[in-house]
Design a protein around this ligand. Structure first.
Ligand code: MUC
Ligand code: MG
Length: 367
């Protein structure tokens, strides 16, 4: 069960439709495939999505830190020594997506060696999650049309609407158009990716007060400590901390500081080992959790699904599990299938997916 090598392979898969939001845009999945090899012959796999606009990581940087620091630190450890892996990687500041992919690939390998699905190893609460879809910036009519397609084709009925533009009426018009089109048939929430000030956020939320929003997420900069607390105090809906809570300590600070009242857990930035800590903390603090999307491909989505379905708290709300639909292709032998608004997790050992070697050959960018 010993780790013998860790590979970091860059690949790029274009998006059919780029995702645009207040802090950036994504036109291609320029991710890193991480493979953890073991002396049992089993290989664990996960992917790391670089998000320079959120965590400062780049594709080259992820490869460099894995090859130069994390691989030498974990080779020789067993798959059961996940806390030792976490402690050794924690000696390096930052690099959340790189650390998470190494962690999840180790869990994948462990599940494969034991013949158990990782979702069951983590908690086994349910075998499925409700799917929520993230609507990126576009004209109101195009965003409504995309939501219609998601309802009709996949049965998705929860939408996170990207906001944070100027003027804010561009965004409030979209949310209003969605509510008018679908009535009470859909759940709607908004994510500002820090695009507005606290005052702009408060004004926009007042404009949308009659639209029955489920949550508001990271509308303004958490560094504006008093402004954000002032905003959160006046909201009638839970305020999700996302970019501001990559670590459990950040969750404690935001919740106890009353500048957030819910959190997003993203396995792409906290893997399984740290996400588990974050989940237990959220449970203890009594705050709602939404399983977020780091603009993941299908591998990342399978990871989110494995973790989100493992606990009651993480599967209570729809998880953001559908943005891979915007990609032109992916790496899996069997694509994830959203049916009736749900994704079911695989019962196969490990996280439950297989990489197609021909697809990897086609999309890897290091050959
Ligand atoms: C999200 O929830 O914010 C966009 C930027 C990022 O870091 O994640 C995505 C989705
Ligand atoms: Mg967000």
């Amino acid at each position: 069960m010993k780790i013998t090598a860790v590979e970091a392979i860059p690949f790029a898969i274009p998006y059919v439709k780029p995702l645009k939001f207040a802090s950036g845009e994504v036109h291609a999945a320029t991710h890193v495939l991480v493979r953890v090899h073991t002396d049992a012959g089993v290989v664990g796999v996960a992917e790391a999505p670089p998000r320079p606009f959120t965590y400062g990581e780049t594709q080259d940087g992820i490869i460099a830190v894995i090859e130069g620091i994390f691989a030498p630190a974990v080779v020789g450890l067993t798959l059961l020594e996940r806390e030792v892996v976490a402690a050794r990687m924690a000696r390096t500041v930052g690099n959340p997506a790189a650390k998470s992919a190494v962690d999840m690939a180790i869990w994948d390998a462990l599940g494969k060696v034991l013949g158990l699905p990782v979702g069951d190893m983590l908690g086994g609460y349910t075998d499925r999650m409700r799917v929520g879809h993230m609507l990126g910036f576009a004209e109101p009519a195009a965003m409504v049309a995309e939501a219609e397609k998601m309802v009709d084709t996949y049965g998705i009925r929860t939408f996170k609407v990207k906001v944070g533009r100027h003027p804010a009426s561009l965004d409030t018009a979209v949310v209003r158009a969605l509510r008018e089109r679908f009535g009470d048939d859909v759940e709607l929430y908004v994510d500002g990716n820090r695009g507005w000030t606290a005052a702009e956020s408060a004004r926009a939320m007042r404009e949308m007060a009659d639209l029955d929003l489920l949550f508001a997420e990271e509308l303004c900069d958490a560094a504006d400590v008093l402004g954000r607390r002032w905003l959160v105090e006046q909201l009638a809906v839970p305020f999700i901390a996302d970019e501001s809570v990559p670590t459990p300590a950040d969750v404690t600070r935001e919740i106890l500081g009353r500048s957030a009242t819910a959190i997003s857990i993203k396995t792409a930035r906290s893997g399984f080992t740290t996400s588990r800590r974050t989940h237990h903390l959220a449970e203890g603090l009594g705050v709602p959790v939404v399983m977020g999307n780091q603009i993941d491909g299908q591998i990342g989505t399978a990871c989110t699904l494995a973790f989100g379905s493992a606990f009651e708290l993480t599967s209570r709300y729809a998880g953001e599990l559908s943005n891979f639909l915007d990609m032109s292709d992916d790496l899996l032998t069997e694509p994830l299938q959203i049916r009736d608004g749900h994704l079911h997790r695989s019962t196969a050992p490990g996280i439950g997916f297989e990489v197609d070697p021909d697809k990897l050959e086609k999309y890897r960018t290091d050959n």
